[in-house]
Design a protein around this ligand. Structure first.
Ligand code: ZN
Length: 288
């Protein structure tokens, strides 16, 4: 066991980015070469185009919410993403024509981030249909936050009620990483805590997630699947529980890091067109 531990630590010390063409070996040079490669990759691959959507109603109606998010929850999330390398960010809100989610906007969106709470039923079915098509057929990523579990688009993509238990008691939440190597947990420790949170508890009526990244524990005793990945057709969906309009949770560095990681994870993958191919096809090999 001791030998094994020594081997691991030796491997850690000699770790390099192992990038072909980069002969650097010392650690500080590794970091510089890593950042350089990251810049090159960002320019080579292009930025991820993110649209952050918000109802933007609470913040304009309730002074308690406006105090925490004076320019809207979407503004805080968009500002964070803009501060990170590799994102091109815009925002859209419910009261805009077509909720700001026209075909042109969605066609120029790689990942849609969704916040909704008090007006799920005001989102038009036409827009919901358009989002679903973009996710399933074109691979647009969708990040659904907190009370978005009841949004039309999330319920449609899940096919279940998406109901859950809840309680507003400003209690402590501890989020455990349960998929240790998952890219959405990049940079996150074994767990992180939110001192004052709204409780969401199991059972959470969703299909079994394709990947589960976080489980929450609450001081009141409940647990909850807080970070759930789903694949639907070409698209990837991540449900992330933290948030609440009267709590400053979208200023928490761990929460925002997870959202940034999730956007990167959910971005569409490049495939040669046309993909997917369905229907009647000729055989690739001669059948005779
Ligand atoms: Zn809430």
């Amino acid at each position: 066991m001791q030998n094994f531990a020594i081997k691991i630590s030796e491997r850690k010390c000699s770790r390099s980015f192992a990038v072909p063409g980069f002969p650097f070996r010392s650690r500080w040079k590794d970091y510089y070469s890593g950042f350089f490669v990251l810049y090159v990759l960002v320019f080579a691959m292009g930025e991820i185009k993110v649209t952050v959507w918000n109802e933007y109603l609470h913040e304009r109606k309730d002074p308690r919410v406006a105090k925490v998010y004076p320019d809207g929850i979407h503004a805080v999330i968009a500002d964070y993403l803009k501060s990170q390398l590799g994102f091109q960010v815009r925002a859209a809100t419910l009261d805009e024509p077509q909720h700001g989610l026209t075909d042109d906007v969605l066609s120029a969106t790689d990942v849609l981030v969704w916040w909704g709470h008090m007006a799920h039923d005001r989102v038009s079915d036409e827009v919901v249909e358009r989002i679903q098509q973009k996710v399933v057929l074109e691979g647009m990523g969708l990040i659904v936050l907190h009370s978005g579990h009841f949004s039309k688009i999330f319920r449609r993509l899940m096919g279940t009620t998406c109901n859950l238990k809840w309680r507003e008691a400003n209690e402590k939440e501890r989020l455990w990483v349960v998929s240790t190597g998952h890219p959405i947990a990049e940079g996150i420790a074994e767990y992180f805590e939110i001192e004052h949170a709204e409780m969401y508890g199991e059972p959470f009526d969703i299909p079994a997630p394709d990947e589960l990244v976080f489980i929450s524990w609450f001081k009141g005793g409940e647990v909850f699947r807080s970070g759930c990945c789903f694949y639907r057709g070409m698209g990837k969906i991540f449900y992330f529980r933290p948030g609440h309009e009267t709590l400053p949770i979208y200023y928490d560095p761990n929460v925002m890091r997870v959202i940034g990681n999730a956007v990167r994870w959910a971005a569409p993958v490049e495939r040669p067109k046309p993909i997917p191919i369905f229907g009647n096809v000729k055989p690739l090999e001669n059948l005779q």
